[in-house]
Write a protein that binds this ligand. Structure first.
Ligand SMILES: Nc1ncnc2c1ncn2[C@@H]1O[C@H](COP(=O)(O)OP(=O)(O)OP(=O)(O)O)[C@@H](O)[C@H]1O
Length: 632
């Protein structure tokens, strides 16, 4: 990978989740990570203690071997009781090292899982409270990856990197102390190894990082392609694109293979043989030099054995640390993304704020509202209207004229740049979030079906109304509410046909339901929410005329004192509206009843006539047996 593309990879992975956040410094990052481990400090403390004991036990073994060699085998002075004691001690220390090692691994892993669980929950809860505008900047795929993969990278760091670094440091210190106790000259000479091994680690890092970044990018590309292909499978097959998609996939997979192959080559060379070779040569050099330079000094055979044994053990921490550097780099980048996400401002926490008291009505008033998703590109321009409480207001207009944006502002998903929005005479912005959400029942263009039963999907409240019901009563109450809401939109007819009826669990986000059935469920959901104001964004676009008539009747039934604002393309569905707002390129160009608007020269009449002509031609085609082909 070239320097340029490497920089690009690094930039892309460390890029802030949104434009507003500042890059996080490494020092701040590690401090914040530490803060996550603080609630589990006792566990981590215990794990560290076990780690220190395991290293101490491990380091004692060569020392005991030295005693056996120097004091018994070389001078041929066997005392069976002493030999047995020492052999027993060696075995004991092996068992202790293994036991402490097992405990530290277990507790470290457990503590790390708890940290990751906390981070993941905090992240998800934060994402749930993001302003909707934030999701315009973050793709779903990226968010999923932050919450799953990045927290997993963090787990690796806590489970593997942290203990390895600490264990490595403890081992190196213990080895140096042991060598110094053997012979301080040997210790001073062994220091030569440190720069040699650090240099090797540096080379390893330099060579391997671009390769590992490449692997990561390729894995993400492959995931992206699989995702895209699965989502668009029907189009791929309809347009016979299987071969093209297969070839694209093979290219990405081949690149992944190449990076992986290079990583194996680097690891195989650098991790074991090279460090071993360097270490052995250095150790041999030291011993030879030491022997030659100080012929008068007699090194006992046991000391030499213990020294070589310690030097052999010296490489393991460096080799392991080299491998961990990669995980550390991945975890550092992942944690940066996690913290940047956590630093993104979430919705305001105003649940303790007292509810706003309205005037006698819930009239909705837009006063000279101008709004753009990007501040300098307004999509609503100086819009003013009043939607009277208890009335049925329809918003119509060409595609992209700003109809849904009105709904988005009412739901406070976005903020207007100019003007004011009032409800019952009070500014929309003054409403606490809970009151705002209770006030509106939203049915969007593409209704979402959550995992769970039909009841769970209709009644989202999940709590008892008065706090005095037991779980069975809560359940019965919810089922009752769901059935009543479904009956109002005549959804119970198709629900009855589902296996298990209201207990049916739609699979794969409702993919087994038709779009119209999903819309009926979404309408029932809004009715069950019992709002003062219904906001329907193309809510009946995908249901048949009979169902549409039913929904219209249901809305009329429940309208009693409630406001309905509906965005509609099909003008036939809104002819009975009390007021129709006609939008054109972000401006409100006409308003009035159907009868008033049809008399006027303007957008409404043009739209109405165009739709009538289309309906007539469709009718003629169908009587001639020609079925219009709908767009894909
Ligand atoms: N989240 C967004 N970020 C940026 N621009 C957006 C966003 N949502 C809508 N727009 C743009 O704002 C303009 C108005 O969109 P809006 O969805 O309000 O139109 P609409 O009248 O409801 O259209 P349709 O009838 O197709 O649903 C369009 O040009 C659209 O591209």
């Amino acid at each position: 990978m070239s320097q340029g593309s490497q920089t690009a990879v690094n930039k892309s992975v460390t890029q802030s989740t949104t434009d507003t956040t500042q890059p996080i410094k490494n020092s701040t990052l590690y401090r914040r990570l530490l803060a996550f481990s603080l609630p589990h400090k006792l566990r981590f403390g215990f794990a560290f203690l076990m780690l220190a004991l395991a290293v101490s036990a491990e380091m004692t073994i060569p020392w005991l071997a030295k005693i056996v060699l120097d004091e018994m085998i070389v001078p041929q002075q066997f005392q069976w009781s002493q030999l047995l004691t020492l052999t027993g001690l060696v075995m004991l220390f092996y068992v202790l090292a293994a036991g402490f090692g097992y405990l530290q691994g277990l507790v470290f892993k457990h503590s790390a899982l708890l940290v990751v669980k906390d981070v993941r929950e905090q992240l998800f809860s934060h994402v749930l409270r993001f302003p909707i505008a934030t999701f315009d900047k973050l793709s779903t795929g990226k968010l999923v990856s932050y919450i799953t993969n990045d927290t997993e990278a963090l787990r690796n760091m806590f489970v593997s990197t942290l203990p390895t670094v600490i264990q490595g440091a403890l081992r190196i210190i213990a080895i140096f102390i042991a060598i110094a106790l053997l012979d301080w000259h040997l210790m001073v000479l062994s220091l030569v190894l440190i720069p040699v091994l650090l240099l090797t680690m540096h080379w390893y890092r330099k060579i391997s990082m671009p390769v590992f970044d490449g692997i990561r990018v390729q894995v993400s590309n492959i995931n992206g392609q699989i995702n895209e292909s699965l989502q668009g499978m029907s189009l791929i097959q309809a347009f016979r694109q299987e071969k093209a998609f297969q070839e694209k996939f093979e290219q990405e997979n081949k690149r992944w293979f190449e990076f992986r192959r290079r990583s194996i080559a680097i690891d195989s060379l650098m991790l074991l043989p090279l460090t071993r070779l360097i270490g052995t040569l250095t150790a041999a050099g030291i011993v030879t030099w030491f022997a030659g330079a100080s012929m008068s000094t007699v090194i006992e055979i046991g000391t030499l054995y213990a020294f070589l044994n310690y030097i052999e053990r010296f490489f393991d921490p460096f080799r392991q640390l080299s491998m961990e550097l990669r995980k550390l780099q991945v975890a550092t980048v992942a944690s940066k993304r996690i913290f940047e996400l956590l630093d993104d401002p979430a919705e305001r926490h105003d649940n303790n704020q007292p509810p706003v008291v309205f005037n006698a009505n819930h009239d909705i008033e837009f006063r000279n509202v101008t709004m753009g998703y990007e501040a300098d590109k307004p999509v609503l321009k100086d819009v003013s209207f009043i939607a009277k409480s208890g009335e049925f207001t329809a918003i119509v207009g060409h595609t992209g004229s700003g109809k849904s944006s009105v709904i988005n502002l009412l739901m406070r998903f976005y903020q207007q740049q100019q003007g004011e929005i009032l409800i019952g005479g009070q500014s929309l912005n003054r409403l606490p979030e809970a009151q705002l959400r209770q006030l509106f029942g939203l049915v969007s263009q593409d209704p979402t079906i959550f995992s769970g039963s039909i009841v769970d999907n209709i009644d989202l409240s999940a709590t008892e109304p008065n706090g005095q019901m037991n779980p069975q009563q809560v359940r019965a109450h919810r089922v009752d509410k769901a059935i009543r809401a479904a009956q109002m939109v005549k959804a119970e007819r198709f629900i009855a046909r589902l296996p298990n009826g209201f207990d049916h669990q739609p699979s794969n986000s409702g993919a087994s339901l038709s779009v119209g059935e999903r819309q009926l469920l979404a309408l029932a959901r809004a009715i069950s929410h019992d709002p003062k104001i219904f906001l329907l964004d193309e809510a009946t676009a995908n249901i048949d005329s009979e169902s549409e008539e039913t929904v219209k009747q249901a809305l009329e039934n429940i309208q009693d004192g409630r406001t309905v604002i509906t965005v509609a393309h099909r003008l036939s569905t809104i002819q009975s509206a009390d007021n129709i707002l006609v939008m054109n390129a972000g401006k409100l160009v006409q308003s009035g009843t159907h009868n008033q608007l049809i008399q006027q020269d303007g957008d409404y009449r043009d739209l109405y006539l165009a739709q009538q002509a289309q309906e007539e031609s469709e009718h003629q085609n169908s009587t001639l047996g020609l079925t219009p082909i709908s767009a894909a």
